[in-house]
Design a protein around this ligand. Sequence first.
Ligand SMILES: O=C(O)CCC(=O)C(=O)O
Ligand SMILES: [Mn+2]
Length: 200
Amino acid sequence: MIDGFRFLPEYFSPPAQKALLADVLGLLDDNPLYRGSMPRTGKPLSVRNTNLGPLGWVSDIKGYRYQPTHPVTGKPWTPIPQALLDLWRDVASFPAPPQACLVNWYEADSRLGLHIDADESAKDAPVISVSLGSRALFRLGGLERKSPTSSMRLASGDVVVLGGAARQAYHGVDRIYPDSSTLVPGGGRINLTLRRVTAP
Ligand SMILES: O=C(O)CCC(=O)C(=O)O
Ligand SMILES: [Mn+2]
């Protein structure tokens, strides 16, 4: 496994998952899920997104970027919930807080192609990911698209840390296992990724 990858199974207990999910669902009214699109082609993304925090990751025909406002409502994103800031303090080993929490909402047939998280200038901060709801088949590769990959299932409450070399590693989600959890309404999966965007 590539250096700097950490898997923290069941980091969040079932009650903590419920509380975190309630926080996130409660914030969707002000930060509605929307469907972004691929740069250049405009092809719709398979997952719907929203963000929390001072900056949010956005993808549209013009490209990938971070911005302080929701692309549909034009309003600032709501602050990142305390439980996620606590997670960052606990595992990030980074002296400044995360600036973006990307919320990915996977439905039964959603997937996320192999990619590197490359739109942040704070390259020495990890990306920390929290899974809620149905299980996912997560694929982790190396520094090149053609590097060998390995797959693992991520379940509700699991946390993954992409730090060190793994921060620049290819990764993606091949599929989810819909209805493997009843936590998320509709049997879907929510993934939350905490990111530091600018160097402190
Ligand atoms: O859903 C996941 O487990 C990974 C999400 C991810 O890689 C991303 O949002 O960049
Ligand atoms: Mn990613």
